[in-house]
Ligand binder design. Structure first.
Ligand code: MG
Length: 362
Protein backbone atom coordinates (compact mmCIF):
# COMPACT_ATOMS: atom_id res chain seq x y z
CA UNK A 1 0.00 0.00 0.00
CA UNK A 2 1.41 3.39 -1.04
CA UNK A 3 0.24 6.33 1.07
CA UNK A 4 -0.05 9.50 -0.98
CA UNK A 5 -0.10 13.17 0.03
CA UNK A 6 -1.68 14.87 -2.99
CA UNK A 7 -0.98 18.58 -3.31
CA UNK A 8 -3.21 20.21 -5.91
CA UNK A 9 -6.09 17.74 -5.84
CA UNK A 10 -8.73 19.67 -7.80
CA UNK A 11 -6.71 20.53 -10.90
CA UNK A 12 -6.40 18.48 -14.06
CA UNK A 13 -3.45 16.31 -12.87
CA UNK A 14 -4.83 16.03 -9.32
CA UNK A 15 -8.19 14.69 -10.49
CA UNK A 16 -6.57 12.14 -12.78
CA UNK A 17 -4.32 11.05 -9.92
CA UNK A 18 -7.42 10.44 -7.79
CA UNK A 19 -8.90 8.36 -10.64
CA UNK A 20 -5.81 6.11 -10.51
CA UNK A 21 -6.18 5.80 -6.72
CA UNK A 22 -9.81 4.78 -7.15
CA UNK A 23 -8.95 2.26 -9.85
CA UNK A 24 -6.40 0.53 -7.59
CA UNK A 25 -7.78 0.84 -4.04
CA UNK A 26 -5.63 -2.06 -2.79
CA UNK A 27 -2.46 -0.28 -3.87
CA UNK A 28 -3.03 3.37 -3.03
CA UNK A 29 -4.42 5.39 -0.15
CA UNK A 30 -4.73 9.17 0.18
CA UNK A 31 -3.40 10.53 3.47
CA UNK A 32 -3.46 14.26 2.71
CA UNK A 33 -5.22 16.53 0.23
CA UNK A 34 -4.50 20.16 -0.54
CA UNK A 35 -6.50 22.21 -3.06
CA UNK A 36 -6.19 25.84 -4.14
CA UNK A 37 -9.28 27.59 -2.84
CA UNK A 38 -12.35 25.49 -3.67
CA UNK A 39 -13.65 24.41 -0.24
CA UNK A 40 -16.76 22.75 -1.72
CA UNK A 41 -14.76 20.53 -4.04
CA UNK A 42 -12.41 19.67 -1.20
CA UNK A 43 -15.31 18.65 1.07
CA UNK A 44 -16.58 16.26 -1.64
CA UNK A 45 -13.10 14.75 -2.07
CA UNK A 46 -12.76 14.36 1.71
CA UNK A 47 -15.87 12.20 1.69
CA UNK A 48 -14.61 10.11 -1.23
CA UNK A 49 -11.05 9.50 0.00
CA UNK A 50 -11.11 10.04 3.82
CA UNK A 51 -7.64 11.60 4.07
CA UNK A 52 -6.21 12.27 7.54
CA UNK A 53 -5.71 15.95 6.64
CA UNK A 54 -7.30 18.19 4.00
CA UNK A 55 -6.69 21.88 3.49
CA UNK A 56 -7.28 24.73 1.09
CA UNK A 57 -3.94 26.37 0.30
CA UNK A 58 -5.41 29.80 1.03
CA UNK A 59 -6.00 28.87 4.69
CA UNK A 60 -2.24 29.23 5.24
CA UNK A 61 -2.53 28.17 8.88
CA UNK A 62 -1.47 24.55 8.49
CA UNK A 63 2.01 23.14 8.70
CA UNK A 64 3.63 21.39 5.78
CA UNK A 65 5.17 18.91 8.23
CA UNK A 66 1.71 17.71 9.14
CA UNK A 67 0.90 17.11 5.45
CA UNK A 68 3.82 14.83 4.79
CA UNK A 69 4.32 13.04 8.13
CA UNK A 70 2.61 9.72 7.29
CA UNK A 71 2.82 9.51 3.49
CA UNK A 72 5.17 7.36 1.40
CA UNK A 73 5.09 9.71 -1.57
CA UNK A 74 4.30 13.39 -2.09
CA UNK A 75 2.48 13.98 -5.37
CA UNK A 76 2.99 17.66 -6.23
CA UNK A 77 0.31 18.46 -8.80
CA UNK A 78 -0.29 22.11 -7.98
CA UNK A 79 0.50 24.59 -10.76
CA UNK A 80 2.81 27.59 -10.59
CA UNK A 81 5.54 28.90 -8.34
CA UNK A 82 3.41 28.00 -5.28
CA UNK A 83 4.38 24.36 -5.85
CA UNK A 84 8.03 24.95 -4.97
CA UNK A 85 7.38 25.36 -1.23
CA UNK A 86 5.52 22.05 -1.09
CA UNK A 87 8.26 20.28 -3.04
CA UNK A 88 10.90 21.59 -0.63
CA UNK A 89 8.83 20.58 2.41
CA UNK A 90 8.30 17.07 1.05
CA UNK A 91 12.04 16.68 0.42
CA UNK A 92 12.82 17.96 3.91
CA UNK A 93 10.40 15.34 5.26
CA UNK A 94 12.45 12.75 3.35
CA UNK A 95 9.56 11.69 1.10
CA UNK A 96 9.81 10.57 -2.51
CA UNK A 97 8.47 13.36 -4.72
CA UNK A 98 6.26 12.64 -7.74
CA UNK A 99 6.65 15.92 -9.54
CA UNK A 100 4.02 17.35 -11.87
CA UNK A 101 4.84 20.93 -10.83
CA UNK A 102 7.23 22.30 -13.47
CA UNK A 103 8.04 25.48 -11.60
CA UNK A 104 9.71 23.52 -8.77
CA UNK A 105 12.57 22.68 -11.13
CA UNK A 106 12.30 25.67 -13.49
CA UNK A 107 12.59 28.17 -10.61
CA UNK A 108 14.07 26.05 -7.85
CA UNK A 109 16.10 23.39 -9.70
CA UNK A 110 19.30 24.32 -7.92
CA UNK A 111 17.96 24.13 -4.36
CA UNK A 112 15.55 21.25 -5.08
CA UNK A 113 18.21 18.95 -6.55
CA UNK A 114 20.70 19.89 -3.84
CA UNK A 115 18.18 19.19 -1.05
CA UNK A 116 17.06 15.94 -2.69
CA UNK A 117 20.66 14.71 -2.90
CA UNK A 118 21.31 15.64 0.70
CA UNK A 119 18.21 13.83 1.96
CA UNK A 120 18.53 10.89 -0.45
CA UNK A 121 15.11 11.69 -1.88
CA UNK A 122 14.09 10.54 -5.34
CA UNK A 123 12.27 12.87 -7.72
CA UNK A 124 10.04 11.02 -10.18
CA UNK A 125 8.92 12.92 -13.29
CA UNK A 126 5.22 13.12 -14.12
CA UNK A 127 5.42 15.53 -17.07
CA UNK A 128 4.78 13.34 -20.14
CA UNK A 129 8.03 14.26 -21.94
CA UNK A 130 10.19 13.58 -18.90
CA UNK A 131 8.31 10.40 -18.11
CA UNK A 132 9.03 9.32 -21.71
CA UNK A 133 12.76 10.05 -21.26
CA UNK A 134 12.78 8.19 -17.94
CA UNK A 135 11.17 5.21 -19.69
CA UNK A 136 13.58 5.40 -22.65
CA UNK A 137 16.47 5.37 -20.14
CA UNK A 138 15.07 2.14 -18.66
CA UNK A 139 14.20 4.05 -15.42
CA UNK A 140 17.94 4.62 -14.90
CA UNK A 141 18.43 8.35 -14.36
CA UNK A 142 22.23 7.86 -14.35
CA UNK A 143 22.31 6.12 -17.74
CA UNK A 144 24.65 7.79 -20.25
CA UNK A 145 23.06 9.47 -23.26
CA UNK A 146 24.05 11.87 -26.03
CA UNK A 147 20.87 13.86 -26.47
CA UNK A 148 17.40 14.30 -25.04
CA UNK A 149 14.84 15.29 -27.66
CA UNK A 150 11.62 16.74 -26.31
CA UNK A 151 8.62 16.64 -28.60
CA UNK A 152 6.20 19.57 -28.80
CA UNK A 153 2.75 19.50 -30.37
CA UNK A 154 3.37 23.09 -31.49
CA UNK A 155 0.12 24.20 -29.88
CA UNK A 156 -2.93 25.63 -31.68
CA UNK A 157 -1.01 28.41 -33.47
CA UNK A 158 1.79 26.42 -35.08
CA UNK A 159 0.90 27.63 -38.58
CA UNK A 160 -0.25 31.16 -37.69
CA UNK A 161 1.59 34.16 -39.12
CA UNK A 162 2.78 37.04 -36.91
CA UNK A 163 -0.28 39.24 -37.76
CA UNK A 164 -2.72 36.46 -36.97
CA UNK A 165 -0.95 35.79 -33.65
CA UNK A 166 -1.65 39.38 -32.58
CA UNK A 167 -5.39 38.71 -32.81
CA UNK A 168 -5.75 35.38 -31.02
CA UNK A 169 -8.26 35.23 -28.17
CA UNK A 170 -8.06 33.36 -24.84
CA UNK A 171 -10.65 30.87 -26.19
CA UNK A 172 -8.40 30.10 -29.16
CA UNK A 173 -5.35 29.67 -26.92
CA UNK A 174 -7.28 27.35 -24.62
CA UNK A 175 -8.24 24.89 -27.34
CA UNK A 176 -5.19 22.66 -27.55
CA UNK A 177 -5.09 20.33 -30.57
CA UNK A 178 -3.97 17.14 -28.75
CA UNK A 179 -3.70 17.48 -24.93
CA UNK A 180 -6.34 18.32 -22.31
CA UNK A 181 -4.64 20.33 -19.55
CA UNK A 182 -5.09 23.17 -17.06
CA UNK A 183 -5.45 26.76 -18.36
CA UNK A 184 -2.00 28.12 -17.54
CA UNK A 185 -0.09 25.22 -19.09
CA UNK A 186 -2.38 25.26 -22.14
CA UNK A 187 -1.54 28.92 -22.80
CA UNK A 188 2.14 28.13 -22.11
CA UNK A 189 1.91 25.42 -24.77
CA UNK A 190 0.53 27.95 -27.24
CA UNK A 191 3.42 30.39 -26.57
CA UNK A 192 5.96 27.49 -26.41
CA UNK A 193 7.04 28.81 -22.99
CA UNK A 194 6.05 25.36 -21.75
CA UNK A 195 8.64 23.68 -24.00
CA UNK A 196 11.31 26.07 -22.71
CA UNK A 197 10.30 25.11 -19.16
CA UNK A 198 10.57 21.45 -20.07
CA UNK A 199 14.14 21.92 -21.35
CA UNK A 200 15.08 23.36 -17.93
CA UNK A 201 13.21 20.53 -16.16
CA UNK A 202 15.12 17.94 -18.24
CA UNK A 203 18.42 19.59 -17.38
CA UNK A 204 17.79 19.16 -13.65
CA UNK A 205 16.07 15.77 -13.74
CA UNK A 206 18.65 14.02 -15.89
CA UNK A 207 21.79 16.07 -15.21
CA UNK A 208 22.00 17.18 -18.85
CA UNK A 209 23.76 20.22 -20.29
CA UNK A 210 21.56 22.63 -22.20
CA UNK A 211 23.50 21.69 -25.36
CA UNK A 212 22.34 18.07 -24.94
CA UNK A 213 18.64 18.98 -25.00
CA UNK A 214 16.65 19.67 -28.16
CA UNK A 215 13.00 20.31 -28.87
CA UNK A 216 11.21 19.30 -32.05
CA UNK A 217 7.63 19.83 -33.20
CA UNK A 218 5.61 16.63 -33.51
CA UNK A 219 2.00 17.64 -34.20
CA UNK A 220 0.42 14.20 -33.56
CA UNK A 221 1.68 14.01 -29.92
CA UNK A 222 2.20 10.25 -30.19
CA UNK A 223 5.97 10.17 -29.64
CA UNK A 224 6.35 11.67 -26.16
CA UNK A 225 10.13 12.18 -26.27
CA UNK A 226 13.32 10.57 -27.52
CA UNK A 227 16.74 9.71 -26.11
CA UNK A 228 19.73 9.40 -28.45
CA UNK A 229 22.76 7.35 -27.36
CA UNK A 230 26.47 7.42 -28.28
CA UNK A 231 26.12 4.67 -30.91
CA UNK A 232 23.48 6.65 -32.82
CA UNK A 233 20.52 4.65 -31.54
CA UNK A 234 17.40 6.62 -30.61
CA UNK A 235 14.85 5.22 -28.16
CA UNK A 236 11.40 6.78 -27.88
CA UNK A 237 8.21 6.20 -25.91
CA UNK A 238 4.94 6.22 -27.85
CA UNK A 239 1.35 6.25 -26.75
CA UNK A 240 -1.90 8.20 -26.89
CA UNK A 241 -1.62 11.78 -25.60
CA UNK A 242 -3.19 11.21 -22.18
CA UNK A 243 -1.68 12.12 -18.81
CA UNK A 244 -3.20 9.03 -17.19
CA UNK A 245 -0.21 6.92 -18.20
CA UNK A 246 2.63 9.12 -16.88
CA UNK A 247 0.61 9.73 -13.69
CA UNK A 248 -0.01 6.04 -13.03
CA UNK A 249 3.53 5.04 -14.00
CA UNK A 250 5.03 7.56 -11.57
CA UNK A 251 3.04 5.78 -8.84
CA UNK A 252 3.81 2.19 -9.88
CA UNK A 253 7.20 2.26 -11.65
CA UNK A 254 9.15 0.10 -12.33
CA UNK A 255 6.00 -1.99 -12.45
CA UNK A 256 3.46 -1.39 -15.23
CA UNK A 257 -0.25 -1.98 -14.65
CA UNK A 258 -3.19 -1.79 -17.09
CA UNK A 259 -3.95 1.86 -17.86
CA UNK A 260 -4.59 2.79 -21.49
CA UNK A 261 -5.36 1.05 -24.78
CA UNK A 262 -2.16 0.51 -26.79
CA UNK A 263 -1.64 2.19 -30.16
CA UNK A 264 -2.78 0.29 -33.23
CA UNK A 265 0.21 0.85 -35.53
CA UNK A 266 -1.59 -0.46 -38.59
CA UNK A 267 -3.91 2.54 -38.26
CA UNK A 268 -1.28 5.21 -37.54
CA UNK A 269 -1.14 6.95 -40.90
CA UNK A 270 1.96 9.09 -40.38
CA UNK A 271 4.09 10.76 -37.73
CA UNK A 272 5.65 14.14 -38.53
CA UNK A 273 8.62 15.99 -37.06
CA UNK A 274 9.65 19.56 -37.85
CA UNK A 275 11.86 22.27 -36.39
CA UNK A 276 10.49 24.48 -33.62
CA UNK A 277 9.40 27.87 -35.08
CA UNK A 278 11.44 29.81 -32.51
CA UNK A 279 11.25 33.18 -34.27
CA UNK A 280 7.44 33.22 -34.09
CA UNK A 281 7.33 32.13 -30.43
CA UNK A 282 9.99 34.11 -28.51
CA UNK A 283 8.97 32.64 -25.12
CA UNK A 284 10.95 29.46 -25.87
CA UNK A 285 14.25 31.30 -26.26
CA UNK A 286 13.46 33.61 -23.34
CA UNK A 287 13.06 30.56 -21.10
CA UNK A 288 16.30 29.01 -22.35
CA UNK A 289 18.18 32.27 -21.85
CA UNK A 290 16.92 32.52 -18.28
CA UNK A 291 17.70 28.83 -17.70
CA UNK A 292 21.28 29.27 -18.88
CA UNK A 293 21.69 32.44 -16.79
CA UNK A 294 20.50 30.46 -13.74
CA UNK A 295 20.19 32.02 -10.27
CA UNK A 296 16.93 33.94 -9.90
CA UNK A 297 16.52 34.54 -13.67
CA UNK A 298 14.06 31.65 -14.26
CA UNK A 299 12.04 32.76 -11.20
CA UNK A 300 11.81 36.32 -12.56
CA UNK A 301 10.75 34.91 -15.93
CA UNK A 302 8.12 32.69 -14.32
CA UNK A 303 6.70 35.40 -12.04
CA UNK A 304 6.27 37.68 -15.06
CA UNK A 305 4.77 34.83 -17.09
CA UNK A 306 2.20 33.90 -14.43
CA UNK A 307 1.02 37.54 -14.29
CA UNK A 308 1.05 38.03 -18.06
CA UNK A 309 -0.86 34.81 -18.81
CA UNK A 310 -3.51 35.63 -16.23
CA UNK A 311 -3.85 39.15 -17.73
CA UNK A 312 -4.15 37.62 -21.21
CA UNK A 313 -6.85 35.19 -20.04
CA UNK A 314 -8.79 38.13 -18.60
CA UNK A 315 -8.55 40.01 -21.89
CA UNK A 316 -6.25 42.75 -20.55
CA UNK A 317 -3.33 42.13 -22.91
CA UNK A 318 -2.80 40.59 -26.36
CA UNK A 319 -1.11 37.25 -26.97
CA UNK A 320 2.23 38.73 -28.21
CA UNK A 321 2.27 40.99 -25.13
CA UNK A 322 2.87 37.89 -22.95
CA UNK A 323 6.39 37.44 -24.37
CA UNK A 324 7.05 41.20 -24.37
CA UNK A 325 6.09 41.51 -20.70
CA UNK A 326 8.40 38.63 -19.75
CA UNK A 327 11.27 40.10 -21.76
CA UNK A 328 10.85 43.58 -20.25
CA UNK A 329 10.72 42.24 -16.68
CA UNK A 330 13.87 40.15 -17.26
CA UNK A 331 15.59 43.20 -18.75
CA UNK A 332 14.56 45.58 -15.95
CA UNK A 333 15.20 43.51 -12.83
CA UNK A 334 18.54 42.60 -11.29
CA UNK A 335 19.28 38.88 -11.15
CA UNK A 336 20.67 37.26 -8.03
CA UNK A 337 21.73 33.88 -6.69
CA UNK A 338 19.19 31.12 -6.08
CA UNK A 339 20.60 30.70 -2.59
CA UNK A 340 17.43 29.74 -0.75
CA UNK A 341 13.68 29.38 -1.00
CA UNK A 342 13.23 32.84 0.52
CA UNK A 343 15.59 34.39 -2.06
CA UNK A 344 13.45 32.85 -4.79
CA UNK A 345 10.22 33.96 -3.14
CA UNK A 346 11.56 37.49 -3.01
CA UNK A 347 12.48 37.37 -6.72
CA UNK A 348 9.03 35.97 -7.54
CA UNK A 349 7.31 38.85 -5.71
CA UNK A 350 9.54 41.40 -7.42
CA UNK A 351 8.78 39.96 -10.88
CA UNK A 352 5.03 39.96 -10.25
CA UNK A 353 5.07 43.59 -9.09
CA UNK A 354 7.13 44.62 -12.13
CA UNK A 355 4.84 42.71 -14.54
CA UNK A 356 1.71 44.21 -12.97
CA UNK A 357 3.20 47.70 -13.25
CA UNK A 358 3.89 47.10 -16.96
CA UNK A 359 0.43 45.68 -17.62
CA UNK A 360 -1.75 47.92 -15.48
CA UNK A 361 0.52 50.95 -15.03
CA UNK A 362 1.17 50.45 -11.23
MG1 MG B 1 4.74 18.25 -20.93
Amino acid sequence: MTNIALIGCTGSIGRQTLDVVERYPDLFRITALVCGSDAEDLAALKKRFSPRVAHCANEENFSHEELFEDCDVAFIAVGGFAGLRYTMSAIEAGKRVLLANKESLVCGGEIVIQAAKKRGVEIVPVDSEHSAIFQALGFDRHARFEKLILTASGGPFLHFGIEKLARVTPEMALSHPTWKMGKKVTVDSATLLNKGYEVIEAKWLFGADFDQIEAVVHPESIVHSIVTFADGASVAQLGFPDMKLPIQLALTYPERLPCMPALDFSKLAALHFLPLPREKFPCFDLALKAGRAGGTAPTLLNGAAECAVSAFLQGHITFPRIAETIEEVLCDLPQGKAASLSALEEADGMARRAARALIYGK
